[in-house]
Design a protein around this ligand. Structure first.
Ligand SMILES: O=C(O)CCC(=O)C(=O)O
Ligand SMILES: [Mn+2]
Length: 231
């Protein structure tokens, strides 16, 4: 009732006051309360994360979601750890300028050539971010029961400190960052069609995760545009 009587600016001021003055170890940025400022760093130290909100409207996001579902060569990730065979429920794909080999979490893949939609999305995120990318890892989560545990995108094959840009299509999910030393957690709601940039020392000092949730039944596709080192 009280909140419905207040205008957006008052809500924003109150929310910002609580974020800055509450000594909890979790900072949370719900996207819909007010428009996110893409120039604002979500991390308080040791890295830069910028959230641009939705850069693709709902109708276009649905078209991209369906086109990617059909055209991408989705595969389950498979790995052997101490002789045990693991297969992920989520599906993955890897594309790039050339057949880059990417190894992470005991799996290895060779990049496929860009598709029409991937090229369009790469051009869009390059324009908005002012960065360039030569590869893209895609993840398809069939529901909130699938996610990705804590990790950093810090493989040796990636250019160190290069920007990684993440596009989300479909179900809205919470993305979490955890500082490797202080354990501070920062959360950001990722909307359909949204863009998030991870820059500078982020991968060195922070881990990130897409934690599982029973609250989400719908699928989501995530694209992370990356820079592989030339070799
Ligand atoms: O699904 C996401 O939002 C993130 C995926 C991710 O962290 C990765 O592919 O390395
Ligand atoms: Mn990652």
């Amino acid at each position: 009732m009280l909140f419905s009587l207040m205008n957006r600016a008052t809500c924003k001021t109150i929310f910002t006051y609580f974020v800055l003055n509450t000594p909890y170890l979790v900072l949370s940025f719900p996207m819909d309360l007010f428009n996110q400022d893409p120039t604002k760093n979500l991390l308080p130290y040791d890295g830069v994360v910028e959230y641009h909100g939705s850069i693709i409207d709902t109708a276009r996001a649905k078209e991209y979601f369906n086109a990617l579902l059909d055209s991408i060569e989705w595969k389950h990730d498979e790995s052997f750890i101490y002789g045990k065979h693991y297969v992920t429920k989520r599906m993955v794909a890897w594309y790039g300028d050339k057949s880059f080999e990417y190894s992470y979490s005991n799996t290895k893949k060779k990049a496929l050539p860009w598709t029409k939609e991937l090229m369009e999305l790469k051009t869009l995120v390059e324009k908005i971010s002012g960065e360039t990318f030569n590869s893209c890892l895609l993840n398809l989560y069939h529901s909130g029961e699938e996610g990705m545990s804590w990790h950093s995108d810090d493989e040796k094959s990636l250019v160190e400190n290069a920007c990684i840009t993440s596009v989300s299509l479909g179900a809205e999910r919470t993305f979490s960052f955890k500082h490797k030393t202080t354990k501070l957690v920062v959360k950001q709601f990722l909307a359909n069609g949204s863009l998030l940039l991870m820059k500078g020392a982020t991968q060195k000092y922070w881990q990130h995760a897409l934690l599982k949730t029973k609250k989400v039944q719908l699928p989501r596709i995530n694209l992370t545009f990356r820079s592989m080192g030339e070799y």
